[in-house]
Structure formats: C-alpha cells, structure tokens
Design a protein around this ligand. Structure first.
Ligand code: LLP
Length: 427
C-alpha cells in the first residue's frame, strides 16, 4: 500500500509518522487517511477526463466535512444519496450546483431540500419520482435539472449485491422494453423539469472496461432515439462509478486515464455513427478515490492457535468497522506494523470482537508465528465503505478518522463515545 511505508529501521510509518505513536495518540481501532493521496487521486481523475467532462466523487464511499473541502478545492463535484450526505456537503461549503442527488427512494423532504438549495442535478429513478420532483420544483418556482437513471442490461462481473446494471433490481428504468424511453417522454412534458441527460451505473469494484463500454454504447443509443422521437439532443451522459481498486496483490485495477480513454473513444465513435454531438460526460468514482488512501490500525488482543486448522487473531474492532468481508466475502491484506519479525509465517484469520463467527476482517493471511497481544496490525485499502458502513453492533464505538498530511495527524471524524450512544437512548 502507498499509505503505509517502512523506515530504514523497519518501523511502519504513514505520512512520515510512526504507527506506534499514532496508536498511542489516537487509540485503536482507527482509520488513518492520507490527505495528499486523496487529493492526488482527485487530480488524476480530473486530468484523465479533462475540461469537457465532470468528475463527481461518490460521497457514500466516505464523506466528512474535511473531505468535502478537499473535493471543493480540487475542483471535483459531489454525488450525494441522502439528506445526511447533502447536509454534510452544504455545511462544508460545496456549491450546490456542483452536487448531484441520487437514490431510488428519495423522500419528499430530501428532494425539497435539494431543489431549494439549487443542486445541479437530481437523478430520477422511477415514474413516481419524476412527478414528485416536478411538483416540488414547480412549487419552489424552479426548473430542476434532471438526469434519468437507466439500466442498460449488462452483467457486471462483481458481487451480486453491488452489481447494478442488470434489469431485475431496484435501481433505474430499463432501456429494454421501453421504460427508459417512456421516462424521457414524461420528463419532457413537465414544466418543472429540465431533462439534461441519462445516467447509468453498472456496479462497483469492476476491473475491466468492457461493461462501461457496453453501457456507453447503449446510453448513446437512447440519446439517438430521443433525438429521432423528440428532436432534442440531450447534452449530458453520466456513466457512474465502479472502478475497482487493489485490495490484495491479486487485484489489477485500471487507472483513471485508461477508463477515460476507453469511454471517450466509445462515446465519440457511437455519437459520430449516430450523427449526434458528443455530450458532456461525467463519472462518479467513490472507491477508486478514497479506498486506497486509508488503512485501519488494530491492536491484537488474543492469539488462539487451533492445531491443524489455523490461528485466530482477534483485534479490537471487526465487522462494526469493516462489514465488507462478512457482507461481500471481500479480501483484504494485513501486516504487522509495530515491529519487524523473523518468525515463521502462520496461517491466520484476523477476526473482530463481535458476537458472531462471521465477524472476520481478513479471511486468510500469513502473520508471523510470534504474534502477540499488543502487536499492531494494519489493514490497507479501508478508505471506502468501511467508516461509511460502520455500525454500533454490540454497542461498539465507531472509530475515528485521522487525516495525515505533511507529518501531522489530525482527527477529522472523532471516535464515538459511550455518551454518544447514551444520548440517543432516551430511556
Ligand atoms: N454512482 C452511483 C449511482 C452509485 O450507486 C455508486 C455506488 C457510485 C457511483 C460509486 O461507486 P464506486 O466508484 O465507489 O464503486 N458498499 C459496497 C459498494 C456499494 C456501491 C454502491 N453504489 C462495497 O463496499 O463494496
């Protein structure tokens, strides 16, 4: 991982800081996020797509006020999918016109806040929602820019729970069978709405560009149909997020410039074939920006060797700070970072402290046989969908997020306390 390095003496460092000192100062478990790496990834995406495209960071991967400020400064836009994400974005000063609102069941209240704040786009996801947004916009005396979320019918090669382009699922309106075209008809008839484009998100943690290319081709196909039927050329297409990252050394992710080149080529080719002007392209990477920028630091509590099976290494967190292994069978790597060891590697499973056997952080790992209570373990690539999906299961206190930059570490989301838990419990 880029975030954890070792100095000449073998001590693990992050942003020039000794991991042991970080654990002393901030406690464990904790997420440490490299701000420069985050900003560099933002720039890599903007530069790859260039001035004729927009990059929307998907806030669901991880959002905090500091993150919103970094995004704002780096010129990115922001995709939010709830009132909570919208408030965080606005509270931290992201201009509303750079925000897009998503979701398959946005509440009237969420839509109203977004419209009143003046968000740049709302991605509509159902026939009912089209009417709802139009009504709210009209009441507010506004014309809301919208994109229509469509399902293009490709099978993304990823876990079933995070694949979103096949038709039998809750998101979007299928191109096949004409619901997407019908949505276009309905939106075009409503005064409160300005139809700016079509949106497709095919899934997440995807390594090859072919699914995106099929999606791009089919979305451009819809644009051509819309032009033929209505005589309007929609000016935007959004191809969503989903680019995979390396969780282990087996993963071979595409770089932003590879996906940008592939998408631009296919959109330009299809538009030329259909006689359409090339629409403004946008994408919504979440994981690929924040995922690799953080790691989780845990302290080992117990080491239990089961002869002939494996060794169970229990750490002071678990499924409450990283649900991804239990939920998606995700793979992570892990390293001993508080010291070096020359002991033999032993087959280990890093588990949490929660009350179920599926509470696994790293399913299979080789850790040194002299691993002992008090050792610190780092699990890299936990920047995306770990803190944002953290829970209070077993009344666990959600860990802090510490941003590291220029040799200084600063808490950007503080550790939860028992008072925080009790505050919600009103008796
Ligand atoms: N745009 C839309 C409309 C989305 O639904 C998503 C993710 C993204 C963009 C960002 O996708 P990314 O670039 O991060 O892959 N909790 C799961 C991932 C769920 C993704 C949901 N939507 C996980 O931990 O793997």
């Amino acid at each position: 991982s880029r975030t954890v390095a070792r100095d000449a003496a073998g001590t693990a460092t992050v942003g020039g800081l000794d991991v042991k000192h970080l654990a002393e100062e901030f406690g464990t478990p904790a997420y440490f996020l490299d701000e420069d790496d985050f900003r560099a990834r933002c720039r890599a995406w903007s530069e790859a797509f260039g001035p004729d495209a927009d990059v929307f960071y998907a806030g669901k991967a991880f959002l905090s006020r500091a993150v919103v400020r970094w995004l704002t400064e780096e010129g990115l836009n922001l995709d939010v999918c709830s009132g909570g994400e919208l408030s965080t974005a606005l509270a931290a000063g992201m201009p509303a016109e750079r925000i897009a609102l998503h979701g398959n069941n946005k509440s009237v209240e969420e839509i109203t806040r977004a419209v009143e704040a003046g968000v740049g786009r709302i991605v509509v996801d159902s026939f009912q929602e089209i009417v709802r947004v139009a009504h709210i916009a009209q009441k507010a005396g506004k014309r809301q820019r919208v994109q229509i979320r469509v399902t293009v019918g490709v099978e993304a090669h990823t876990h079933e729970f995070i694949a979103t382009a096949h038709e039998d699922q809750k998101f979007g309106l299928p191109l096949a069978g004409g619901q997407a075209a019908e949505a276009v008809r309905r939106v075009l008839k409503l005064d409160g709405l300005e139809l700016v484009g079509v949106h497709s998100h095919i899934g997440s943690q995807i390594f090859d560009t072919s699914g995106f290319e099929v999606a791009a081709r089919r979305v451009v196909g819809l644009l051509a149909e819309v032009r033929d039927e209505h005589g309007v050329e929609l000016p935007e297409i959004d191809l969503g997020g989903g680019l995979g990252i390396a969780y282990t050394s087996e993963d071979d992710p595409r770089e932003p410039h590879e996906i940008a080149t592939a998408l631009r080529a296919i959109v330009e080719r299809e538009c030329a074939a259909a006689g359409l002007a090339v629409p403004r392209l946008s994408v919504e990477p979440g994981r690929a920006i924040v995922g690799p920028t953080a790691f989780t630091l845990y302290e080992v509590g117990t080491v239990k060797e089961l002869p002939g099976l494996r060794t169970y290494v229990s750490v002071d967190g678990g499924m409450s700070d990283n649900i991804r292994t239990a939920l998606y069978d995700a793979d992570y790597s892990v390293a001993l970072v508080s010291r070096t060891s020359t002991a033999e590697p032993m087959l280990s499973r890093v588990v949490g402290k929660h009350c179920e056997s599926g509470d696994i952080v790293v399913r299979d790992a080789f850790l040194p046989a002299d691993l002992a209570p008090g050792d610190l373990l780092a699990v890299p690539a936990t920047g995306a969908y770990c803190r944002s999906m953290a829970s209070n299961y077993n009344h666990a206190l959600r860990p802090p997020v510490v941003a590291v930059k220029d040799g200084t570490a600063r808490v950007i989301v503080r550790r939860e306390t028992e008072e925080d838990l009790l505050r919600l419990d009103v008796g």
